[in-house]
Design a protein around this ligand. Structure first.
Ligand SMILES: C[S@@+](CC[C@H](N)C(=O)[O-])C[C@H]1O[C@@H](n2cnc3c(N)ncnc32)[C@H](O)[C@@H]1O
Length: 252
């Protein structure tokens, strides 16, 4: 594991698929077809993880197109959804090397989880925060579509620029299922993707583009759309990208 994430405060999250895959007994129980599907999923996961490990292993954190010194729109929505409750449990999904965690800690939030598919990304953030602050954070290295989340554990689910990489419908379904499981009833879901005029590729990968209706449509009626907004993001390379933010609440 790059960066030596054997540190005691780092919780390595085994996905449901990992657990099943490593269970030899399971293989005989699930039969050849299910096993083929699991193998296919595992290869896909390893490809994706490899891609992101390479990105964070070769580029400076502020030299990627999605970098912003501060995620202002995300912070404003998190502040709004938590209404001043600094004990709210917040998960930043695909947090990467972003500074959102620093800003949340600085504002006094003390129940924060950062999840990312890449160890290298988590390593960058962990090193930037330093030992003491890092120890106050839950770290999960996992694929958001496959991770086995504890039920109803988060008040706020935040994702900037992850969901739009899910180009396969079954990945989006698995992601939404995980949100509905992991977020507390009545909890808050903040998802930001490229907007209708955003790029069609990011980090060399094809991406989906959404307007508020189509993004909300991916999540379905259990999620009540509270607000949507668009943001023009200035990349470190002097280009502009349109992002869409959707803020929903999960039904009680
Ligand atoms: C474009 S970056 C955005 C990073 C950060 N959210 C931000 O706004 O600066 C996408 C991040 O999602 C992570 N990622 C991609 N696919 C993922 C998945 N299926 N599950 C968890 N993390 C994923 C990548 O490692 C990367 O850190």
């Amino acid at each position: 594991m790059k960066g030596g994430f054997s540190l005691p405060f780092t919780f390595r999250c085994l996905s449901r698929m990992d657990k099943m895959f490593h269970s030899a007994a399971c293989v005989s129980l699930i039969g050849p077809l299910r096993f083929d599907r699991m193998l296919e999923l595992r290869v896909k996961l390893m490809d994706m993880q490899h891609h992101w490990e390479k990105v964070y292993g070769t580029k400076a954190p502020d030299q990627v197109s999605w970098f912003r010194p501060h995620l202002e729109a995300s912070l404003a929505l998190i502040e709004r959804s938590t209404r001043g409750d600094r004990s709210a449990s917040i998960i930043d999904v695909g947090g990467g090397a972003s500074t959102l965690i620093d800003d949340l800690i600085e504002r006094g939030y003390r129940n924060i989880t950062v999840l990312d598919i890449s160890d290298a990304a988590l390593d960058v953030t962990h090193k930037r925060l330093g030992k003491t602050l890092s120890e106050s954070v839950q770290w999960l290295r996992a694929d958001a579509t496959q991770a086995g989340f504890p039920a109803h554990s988060y008040d706020v689910w935040h994702d900037r620029a992850v969901f739009h990489f899910l180009s396969a419908p079954e990945d989006r379904t698995a992601y939404v299922r995980n949100v509905a499981l992991a977020v507390k009833p009545g909890g808050h879901v903040i998802v930001s993707t490229f907007g209708p005029e955003g790029p069609t590729k990011c980090s060399g990968l094809d991406v989906m583009r959404y307007d508020a209706e189509s993004l909300h449509g991916q999540f379905g009626p259990r999620f009540k759309l509270v607000e949507s907004s668009k943001e023009l993001h200035d990349t470190p390379f002097g280009t502009r990208q349109q992002f869409l933010y959707c803020y929903c609440t999960l039904e009680q």
